[in-house]
Design a protein around this ligand. Sequence first.
Ligand SMILES: *Cc1c(COP(=O)(O)O)cnc(C)c1O
Length: 459
Amino acid sequence: MNYISTRGQMAPIGFQDAVMTGLAPDGGLLLPEQLPNVTEKLDAWSKLSYPELAFEVIRLFATDIPADDLQKLVNDSYAAFDHPEVAPSVAVGEFEILELFHGPTLAFKDVALQFLGNLFEYILEKRGGRLNILGATSGDTGSAAIHGVRGKPAINIFIMHPEGRTSPLQEKQMTSVLDDNVFNLAVDGTFDDCQNIMKTTFGDVGFKTEHSLGSVNSVNWARVLAQTVYYFYAAFKALEKTGAKTVQFSVPTGNFGDILAGYLAQRMGLPISKLILATNENDILSRFFNSGTYGMADVVSTISPSMDIQVASNFERYLYYKAGQDASKLVALMDGFKENGSLSIELNESGAVDDLFVAGRGDTAATMATIKKYHDQCGYVLDPHTAVGVYVAEQFKSADAPTICLATAHPAKFTQAIIDAIGKGVHHPTLDALADVETRCDAIANDVDAVKEYLVGHI
Ligand SMILES: *Cc1c(COP(=O)(O)O)cnc(C)c1O
């Protein structure tokens, strides 16, 4: 399987190169040349364990990794999870809650980043050389990425977070990792600033090549790929349990990485009737799916900080499919967006952007009320991100298709919001253990050159 750029200016490359490249040299995002149709395989796949299924899905895309090696990579990645099913579904009220937080940092990003860390190590062992990862995080990506590569000898990791804008616990999960190959940078700015610094640095192709920079942000194809697996896994469970023909997924969305994986699973043949896109007050994506216009607004801080994003880095991949896989159309849309801070696409006959998607937003009050409601009525505590998804899902329930709500973080990661909602906190031993540990972090200006200088000085 070869990979191309959404912007059309890159010769096709193999899977391992795609993983190492992150963002394409032409500024686009990588996608497989074609998506396999897996309709015929679904029956057999529905009987597999999580690691077995992950192997079957990923092997279709990672054709340049021998099967035995890939199986080992997958097994190692999911052995780090504390639940035998890796991604169990729990019935809560009328929904199936898909718990994606059983990895080392208690957020869904571990599902992809445990795998990506092992994959980087594998590729570097084969090829030689080193990798310097530069990433930007609004909270969960950073700690999951750090835990994915800590202590790996051929890798350094530099993670920028917006100073004071991630939860104190999220920050601790990053800064408490003291391995020599881990560098935390607190940037004086927002998450979008961090993301811009990252994109600009990667855009300097000479610098990127000279210093072997790699990416762990959700632009990395391997992350999207690893995330498609739990859509299959959870859909099989829900279909078997209910006897329904299709399922719906509700996805609390920030950078559009998670829901993009669901979109690709659907395009590959998984019977998903609706993808419910849920945002907090940072609602550029829910506005887009309701109006056809993707227009920037200012970022506001919320109690679901991992969704406090305006420009969604993975949206370009979706737009590429919307543009009929025509790179020149996509480039025109992106250029227009760069110029005007907004782009519009035509609505279809039913007045929608896409019949597969519905979208809504849950603000802070709705998030809090939803956490309280499910705690009081079902005895289940939703984290604030998951609560946004559940709140929006309530508006789109279907009699014909079970609704699976992605639970993207463990509630103990966001204690203060939980205390505010239900009057008491929840605990998790992994987080309790962080109370008095030593931390390490460097403050840095909101400036590309300052970050580049830091990199050069520490590589
Ligand atoms: C990253 C994250 C999200 C958003 O996922 P995207 O792939 O950026 O859309 C939602 N919830 C939690 C807890 C996250 O960490």
